[in-house]
Design a protein around this ligand. Structure first.
Ligand SMILES: NC(=O)c1ccc[n+]([C@@H]2O[C@H](COP(=O)([O-])OP(=O)(O)OC[C@H]3O[C@@H](n4cnc5c(N)ncnc54)[C@H](OP(=O)(O)O)[C@@H]3O)[C@@H](O)[C@H]2O)c1
Length: 213
């Protein structure tokens, strides 16, 4: 498949590209900063410039791919405004681009418990932005899968997770999130599911297959 990853210089995305490449896919890495092009290229994705906050229509940048992955985020240092423009509107622009380009498959990296806002004001805006983006995707008519990780860590991958519609809070290595995203792209029957994701005991492929059985 040809797969476009939005937010391609992000930490999860940079772990995802080599997995997708080794699974035989061609990866388009959508980045906002041209200086990241070489790094993204070395990770296995073809860099394409796409700043979701400065473009209304990102369909040209996304191109004629088979699947898209939303891996972007305004990040912890950003204010409330960018939660709307990146975390919500960026995801919505990717939905529109997918529809315009006839791309049915969309995998979203979301976050756990975004319908139960907690924390400071900016964090609550982030959760609302993610929640609205996820709702729009569920209602989009696309073949979506929404992965909602707990707190992200930079620990080494374990290849084992807990996956399900409503899990207890927990943390999960970014590398295992990347592996789950790559695996759902291998399993078209994972479309139409939204799962929380934390560290756990279940090998990734069997965790997904148990949920869709
Ligand atoms: N932190 C947590 O504990 C946690 C828990 C659950 C879910 N999540 C979600 O998981 C997502 C991915 O995590 P991560 O650690 O991989 O995030 P990350 O390293 O912050 O990556 C986010 C990427 O989005 C890109 N981006 C920001 N604004 C953009 C724009 N206007 N146009 C295009 N790209 C833009 C950034 O580009 P630059 O490289 O140019 O900055 C960055 O590469 C987070 O954003 C968050 O929503 C996080």
């Amino acid at each position: 498949m040809k797969i476009a990853v939005l937010g391609a210089h992000g930490q999860i995305a940079m772990l995802l590209h080599p997995i997708l490449k080794s699974n035989g896919h061609e990866v388009i890495g959508l980045i906002r900063n041209p200086e990241h092009a070489d790094e993204v290229s070395r990770a296995g994705a073809e860099p394409v410039i796409c700043d979701i906050e400065s473009e209304d229509d990102i369909s040209d940048a996304v191109g004629r791919v088979d699947a898209v992955v939303f891996a972007a985020g305004a990040g912890p240092g950003s204010g409330a405004e960018r939660k709307w423009t990146v975390d919500r509107d960026g995801a919505l622009k990717l939905i529109e681009a997918a529809k315009r380009n006839g791309i049915s498959r969309y995998v979203m990296i979301s976050a756990m418990k975004v319908e139960e806002p907690r924390g400071n004001e900016v964090f609550q805006v982030y959760q609302k932005a993610k929640s609205e983006a996820d709702k729009a995707l569920r209602e989009s008519g696309l073949d979506w899968t929404i992965i909602r990780p707990g707190r992200l860590t930079d620990n080494l991958p374990t290849g084992r997770v807990a996956l399900g519609p409503d899990l207890e809070e927990g943390e999960v290595p970014r590398a295992d999130v990347a592996a789950v995203v790559a695996e759902v792209l291998e399993i078209p029957e994972s479309a139409g599911y939204q799962w929380d994701l934390t560290g756990g005991d279940n090998p990734i492929e069997s965790a997904i297959k148990q949920e869709i059985a």
